[in-house]
Design a protein around this ligand. Structure first.
Ligand SMILES: [Fe+2]
Length: 223
């Protein structure tokens, strides 16, 4: 109860998340019933979503706020794909959490060739990168993750990774990183109510894991 969610595709009709106002209204009621009280909407900014830039998403977010009535406090951020257009987006207005942290992701197949340069550029621009769901990047070696952490990259766990939604390998890696204290934040990465209702009850956590998730939830409040 009282959760701040730092990762959700609830801004409808702009990416692969919730697609209509009706779906968004139902999702908001569901998330409210789970106890979510504050949410950062993080639509994809990536080459595959060519319309999504700060100006367009801010306009869509204003419409969202006018159409959705809820006790949840909504904020707009974004999930930036580290792809060939990332450098261009970094030069524009950045949809960050708190003018300091920005959410970034990579492809699930491989890291971008210029990953290290991109991380450098983010920091040189004055932002601290939060890498979304690193447990899903099975291509990424633990040594590389450690190197990123040492450079000041923060990691965000997807809640459904713990339920095995993305496979057993991802679930095991998520639990290892969680117990090692490697994560700073936890998010739903909400895309659809149907998925969430089906998968969420499958999360079984040991006491140590519950305690670790609670710490991340507390940290979410700082964004
Ligand atoms: Fe996402």
């Amino acid at each position: 109860m009282g959760m701040t969610d730092v990762h959700a595709h609830l801004l409808y009709g702009v990416d692969d998340g919730v697609s209509t106002l009706d779906e968004a209204s139902k999702a908001v009621s569901y998330l409210e019933s789970l106890g979510v009280r504050r949410m950062f909407l993080t639509p994809h900014i990536m080459t595959d979503c060519p319309n999504n830039d700060a100006t367009f998403l801010k306009q869509r977010f204003d419409e969202f706020l006018m159409q959705i009535s809820s006790k949840i406090e909504f904020r707009l951020a974004a999930e930036y794909m580290l792809d060939e257009n990332f450098a261009k987006h970094l030069k524009e207005e950045v949809l960050s959490f708190d003018s300091r942290h920005m959410l970034v992701e990579t492809s699930y197949l491989s890291a971008p060739m210029e990953l290290d340069i991109m991380i450098y550029d983010i920091m040189a621009t004055g932002f601290q990168p939060i890498l979304a769901h690193p447990e899903r990047y099975l291509y990424m070696a633990d040594t590389k993750l450690k190197q990123l952490l040492a450079r000041g990259v923060k990691l965000q766990l997807n809640l459904l990774s713990l339920a095995g939604f993305y496979g057993r390998g991802v679930s095991m890696r998520a639990r290892t990183l969680l117990l090692e204290g490697k994560y700073d934040f936890v998010g739903t990465d909400f895309h659809s109510t149907k998925h969430y209702e089906r998968i969420l009850p499958n999360i079984e956590l040991k006491k140590q894991e519950i305690d670790a998730v609670k710490l991340l939830l507390e940290n979410n409040q700082n964004l």
